[in-house]
Design a protein around this ligand. Sequence first.
Ligand code: EPU
Length: 435
Amino acid sequence: MSMDFPQFRKLEGAQNLYVIEGPKHVTEWQPMGKSNWVMHQHFASDYPRYQWVTELLQGEDPVRILTADAWEQLRSERSVTSADPAPGRTPWPPTPSSWREEAPVGPLTTFGAAAHAQCLAEMASDADVRWALQDRVELPLMVLGGGSNLLMHQDWAGRMLHMNIRGVQKIADDGDAVEVVVGAGESWHGWVMHALDAGWNGLENLALIPGSVGASPMQNIGAYGVEVKDRFAWLEAIHRDTGALERFDSKRCAFGYRDSVFKQAEKDKWVIVRVAFSLERTAPLNTQYGAIQSELQSRGGDHDTTHRQVAEAVITIRQSKLPDPSEIGNAGSFFKNPVVSRDAFERIQRNHPEVAHYPAPEGRVKLAAGWLIDRAGWKGHRRGTCGVHDGQALVLVNYGGATGAEIWALALDIMEDVEGKYGVRLEPEVNQIGL
Ligand code: EPU
């Protein structure tokens, strides 16, 4: 299979080289002095640039179409300076990547259920991703980020791409607001702490969420009154079939509660390679969530609260309630908080006046799945190698050696019991692989 992108071009009569990354995205290498290139990104966000990209794609005089090898031959005649590429945007060609056969993937997931991938490769750049998308195309493809939101039910009979694009780059700064691009393979918590260290605030409530930066917009991760969408600027993703690199703004991502277009209409169509965030040195604090308020108070919060203190409070709360995946296998909340009609809610409330609930859009009501599971008697329940966490009933845990099938059997029993007792069908929040 050959992909539509990237495509390579040269401007005749000049030395400028182009890589067309997608229908609206071009990287230009412009000669500088005798031996250097300057690399620019062009986004066809307005009509004249869109027209320019279209003409480059057509490749008519004075534009010449090049093969990747011919393009690289010309590029290698100079070195790249001031390239300043965003994380993962290493110049063509990639360093050769390779597959690891029958790779164990349990250790790459926080649940730690044992499984193998038929072949696995590390993705350190866009070029690696494009290589992997075009290689062994007969095999199904799976993208693995931090492995913190999935349960492997069996071996993966296909290609697995382990996202390892690293790097953090500030691209705009007006003295207060900054825009920062982060490689999809960075750890989410590592990035949140890095941002706090740099004084870029706004993500502190999302400290200690396991997983990777690239996965964060997929399910619009959230905690303690903040969601990724609140600080999201844009992301770039490579189309699995065409290889096109495209930018998604917030609107195109269609964020919802633990939801985005990447779980709906665009499911399994893209590989997210980097995410940009809009942060502020003077970001307002989000401390309205009860648990945060009491934690801050217990720390003697009579002076002005800082963003770092909020992060520390969140870390303390999470550590007290949620199991540390490096000690006990888990994938955070196993179920979503169910959203039900007001009628259904009132029926439950009649028998259980204390049911935990929150207003949801369109007059509906969000119930706390943790509460339902807890009151159904499952909190702390242990079944051999797996069980329900004793600090938060929404979290299933692998005490060591549990298989995906065993954990799923427990999940099904919980779902059936909760449905029988409350008439509410829970849905897993964790992705089920190979079910
Ligand atoms: N509750 C219980 N028993 C439990 C757990 C919860 O009675 O075992 C009650 C609590 O007392 C509270 C309500 O249920 O009244 C809600 O509990 P909590 O504040 O712990 O939040 P949650 O709705 O259970 C969600 C997220 C968590 C996130 C917290 C804090 C989902 C699916 N989960 O949990 O996210 O940390 O809010 O904002 O939305 C994750 O996604 O992996 C995750 C941990």
